[in-house]
Design a binder for this molecule. Sequence first.
Ligand SMILES: Cc1cc2nc3c(=O)[nH]c(=O)nc-3n(C[C@H](O)[C@H](O)[C@H](O)COP(=O)(O)O)c2cc1C
Length: 261
Amino acid sequence: MNETLNILDKRRSVRSFLEKEITPEDAKAIKIATLRAPTAGNMTLYSVIEVTDQKEKETLATLCDDQPMIAKAPMVWIFLADMQKWVNYFQEGGSKAKGEQKNLAAWRNPGLGDLHLCLQDAIIAAQTSVIAAESLGIGSCYIGDILENFEQVKTVLNLSSYTIPACMVVFGYKKNQQEIKLTPRCLEESIFMENQYQELHLDQLEAAFSPLEKQRRATNSLPFDNTGSIADYYYFKKHTSDFMEEMNRSTAVMFDHWTKA
Ligand SMILES: Cc1cc2nc3c(=O)[nH]c(=O)nc-3n(C[C@H](O)[C@H](O)[C@H](O)COP(=O)(O)O)c2cc1C
C-alpha cells in the first residue's frame, strides 16, 4: 500500500483533540491542498468560514444539536455552497448589463442546478481538507447538524442569499496516534453496481450491513436489549429522531432561501 492509500485506510473521525492550536504552517498546508480540489468549471463555487471566535463556536455547538466538541475544537471550518460571489461579479462587473444591452442573454437567478454544483464543490473541498489534515496527524469530524436551525445559523454566519452551509468540519491534533480503531463498513458488492442501479432487498441488505450489526451487537448497543437489528438501531436512533425532523425542516427553509431569494 502506498502512503496515500495508507492515510485513507487509517482515517477515522476524531471527536476529542489535544489542547493545541493548529500551527500556522499546518493550517496553510491544509488550505493549499484544499484549493487544489477540483471545482465545477473551475468556478470555485464554495467558500470556507473559519470560526475563530470562541463565543461563536459555543453558539454553533448549541445550534448543532448540543455537541460541545465543536466549542473545544482548535479549528472549525464551515464549507459554504457559494453562488453569491458570481451573482455579485456578474452584476457589479457588468456582464448582466452587457447581456441585456447586446440582447445576448437574459438575467436568471441561480437555481437548483447551480446549488447542486455549489454543494458538490464545497463537499469535495471539505473532504480534500480532511485528507490533507489527516496526512499531518490532524484528526477531523464532520458535523451534519450544521443543517439544523438555519434561521439562527444564517444570522450567526451573516449568510447572503446565495450562500448556504454544505457541511462543517472540526479539526485538531489527535490525542494518541497509535490507537486507531476503525469503524466497520458495508460490503463492497452492496455499494458498487455495474451500469444500472440495483435495488437491494432484505437478504442483500442484511448481508450489506452485517459488519455494522456485528460490531454493535458485540458492544451491546442494539435496541430491544441487544436483540434488535442494525435497521432497528438506525430507524429509532436516526430516522425517526427529533434532530432528523429538525434537519428536514431547516433544510427546506435553507433551499427556499436560495430558490426564492
Ligand atoms: C455528513 C456527515 C455528518 C456527520 N455528522 C456528525 C456529527 O454531527 N457528529 C459526530 O460526532 N459525527 C458526525 N459524523 C461522523 C460519522 O459519524 C462518522 O463518519 C461515521 O460514524 C463513520 O465513522 P468514521 O468516520 O470514524 O469511519 C458525520 C459524518 C458525515 C460524513
